[in-house]
Design a protein around this ligand. Structure first.
Ligand SMILES: NC(=O)c1ccc[n+]([C@@H]2O[C@H](COP(=O)([O-])OP(=O)(O)OC[C@H]3O[C@@H](n4cnc5c(N)ncnc54)[C@H](OP(=O)(O)O)[C@@H]3O)[C@@H](O)[C@H]2O)c1
Length: 275
């Protein structure tokens, strides 16, 4: 199908990741999005108001008839499960694929190793368990209909995480770090390019979309702070375990092309800007 004719619907397109995706995709595809409370999108004809607790997703699906849905939502957990059940129903009766932004937290009960696509999921957090529940629903679908995109912490100039660090630095307030936590990371630019590629190639399956290297959370945050300016920052060290613990998603079976990979150092050197 001609790309311009492919229709994309981004659920949560007013959010950090959803909006970065909208900007990456809108010049190439017929792209639509949803917002919930953000008033910026009220007059925008490509955006639909959608509150997961009140509105019927089928109405927006009927109005947009997407070939790809990207789910980048937050909101009440029970309603998220319900909405994704409706999405599954829709997938079965339409020519449409669903990409779900999942999280490294689907593995947060494991601590000794980084995790790969086909490892069994297990989570100790309610957030991780919600993601697992939706992933499991998707795995019962015909496999070409779904893409599970597991994402580690996302940093970028407009990310809530970097904004929070900048705000704390300006206030001279402590910044939380987890000295025992080994992670991989990504940013909005690379993540959205990777998802653009998945759509272009009509890929399906499970994808681990994080940096190729691992880094201690504390070291990464220190580098971020250093990059942002000459601050005398105060780090508040939070120890959750005595030993090193991994929260990292690495690819093994579904690798993306090399030019789409990223390292934690690249995220800091090339993408973070001081303003
Ligand atoms: N950020 C990360 O580091 C990270 C890492 C891994 C996975 N993820 C996943 O990526 C997805 C997007 O995260 P994000 O950081 O971009 O979040 P975000 O900036 O908070 O955006 C959330 C989006 O969901 C919408 N939303 C919130 N409550 C809603 C409701 N009740 N009904 C309908 N829509 C609602 C928001 O709309 P309004 O703003 O208009 O209200 C916004 O468009 C989430 O599923 C998250 O779990 C994020």
């Amino acid at each position: 199908m001609d790309n311009k004719k492919k229709k994309i619907l981004i659920l949560g397109a007013s959010g950090f990741i959803g909006n970065a995706l909208y900007k990456e995709l809108c010049n190439y595809f017929d792209t639509y999005g949803t917002y919930c409370t953000n008033p910026l999108y009220r007059e925008n004809k490509k955006f639909f108001k959608y509150d997961i607790q009140e509105d019927d997703i089928f109405k927006i699906l009927d109005a947009t008839q997407p070939n790809y849905i990207i789910s980048a939502l937050r909101g009440d957990f029970t309603s998220q499960v319900q909405a994704h059940l409706h999405l599954m129903e829709y997938l079965l009766k339409s020519k449409c694929k669903l990409y779900f932004i999942s999280s490294a937290n689907v593995f947060d009960a494991y601590s000794k190793y980084p995790s790969y696509e086909n490892d069994k999921t297990l989570s100790e957090s309610i957030y991780g368990r919600l993601k697992i529940r939706i992933e499991n629903m998707m795995m019962r679908m015909p496999k070409t209909k779904v893409g599970i995109l597991r994402v580690p912490m996302v940093f970028g100039n407009t990310s809530p995480r970097i904004k929070e660090i900048k705000a704390l630095l300006d206030l001279n307030e402590p910044i939380e770090v987890f000295p025992n936590l080994i992670i991989n990371v990504t940013n909005d630019d690379r993540l959205t390019q990777q998802i653009h590629y998945l759509i272009n190639q009509d890929k399906y399956g499970i994808f681990h979309l994080g940096s190729t290297d691992l880094i201690h959370h504390q070291d990464f945050i220190k580098e971020v702070i250093h990059r942002l300016g000459n601050y005398d920052s105060i780090l508040k060290k939070v120890y959750t375990t005595n030993e090193d613990r991994y929260l990292a998603v690495l690819p093994k079976d579904n690798k993306l092309p090399k030019n789409l990979s990223i390292t934690s150092q690249e995220i800091i050197d090339h993408h973070l800007t001081v303003d």
